[in-house]
Design a protein around this ligand. Structure first.
Ligand SMILES: [Fe+2]
Length: 297
């Protein structure tokens, strides 16, 4: 039983994030999970220090929030459990570009729950940002343009560029109704309705804008801390500034299909003969051919 009155909630930044004390996640029931879901909606990323959950406790905690999935492309170095994604790094090999998790899938991760098993004494902080604030603070014409666009995401950072999907550039959160920018530096390759050159400029601008420091939070880890974030309304990245071993384990709650406005324009693919610049449209052509062949089968 989790009494919401007994929880200690410390906000960490203006934009998002809270540390939660006086709770034992290993003994949470369904009602307690509802209280945590409410806190997550309010703060977007939650930190629970001093938990030190076992693998089974971690998975059981995650299962309160929906169906869990292991990572689709990566092998665990130490812990064999089909619902745990484990990453051990001493330098490099971490996601040091802004992203939300698994956006190359039609149903990207909804909630990610991370156990910091071992962290470096210096470095290896994680940053989160609030792409709802980033959307709100755009000018009205740019908000309007972005709301009518879609973007192609793929798993190129995992060596699987052929795994791709298209999502709205502005996503509406199904619980709060708030709109967030839903393109990211790590997995988003191209805005579908713009030319390659236009897409590069707009994507470059939006991904830099999302990373504005006042929309963000930087978290210094302690081993045993559990972090939990809503991928529908946050992005994150790890600072690649450490040399000691850093081991994380994560469970991922599978999400719904991102909903936003329908695209207001046709996909931009240069008509006619192949040219030097038409190679930039190849990924779009491949994507639309792949969904066409799925429709026929
Ligand atoms: Fe991530």
């Amino acid at each position: 039983m989790l009494d919401p009155q007994s929880l200690k909630v410390n906000r960490l930044a203006s934009a998002l994030g809270a540390e939660i004390h006086a709770v034992n996640l290993a003994s949470i029931d369904a009602e307690g999970a509802t209280t945590i879901t409410d806190l997550l909606c309010e703060h977007k990323v939650l930190f629970f220090p001093n938990q030190s959950l076992s693998v089974n406790e971690h998975v059981a905690f995650g299962a309160h929030f929906g169906e869990l999935q292991g990572h689709p492309h990566k092998e665990n170095p130490y812990t064999k459990h089909d619902k745990i994604f484990e990453l051990a790094a001493s330098s490099g090999g971490i996601a040091d570009e802004w992203h939300s998790d698994i956006t190359f899938r039609p149903r990207p991760a909804l909630i990610s729950i991370l156990n910091m098993v071992k962290c470096p004494e210096i470095g290896g902080d994680t940053l989160w940002t609030n792409p709802e604030l980033a959307f709100e603070e755009l000018s009205a014409p740019l908000r309007d343009l972005c709301s009518g666009l879609t973007a192609l995401h793929n798993a190129a950072p995992h060596g699987r560029p052929e795994v791709m999907t298209v999502h709205p550039v502005v996503r509406i959160h199904p619980v709060t109704g708030k709109r967030a920018l839903f393109v990211n530096e790590h997995f988003t390759r191209r805005i579908v309705e713009l030319s390659h050159e236009e897409s590069d400029h707009l994507l470059g601008y939006l991904t830099r804008w999302i990373a504005t420091p006042r929309f963000s939070l930087r978290y210094r880890w302690q081993a045993g801390t559990i972090a939990m974030w809503d991928n529908r309304c946050t992005q994150h990245k790890v600072l690649n500034d450490f040399n000691e071993e850093r081991i994380i384990q994560r469970v991922t709650v599978m999400g719904d299909e991102p909903k936003g406005g329908d695209p207001r324009w046709e996909p931009f693919i240069r008509p006619g003969h192949a040219s030097d610049t038409s190679r930039y449209d190849e990924l779009l052509v491949q994507y639309f051919e792949s969904i066409e062949s799925k429709d026929l089968s």
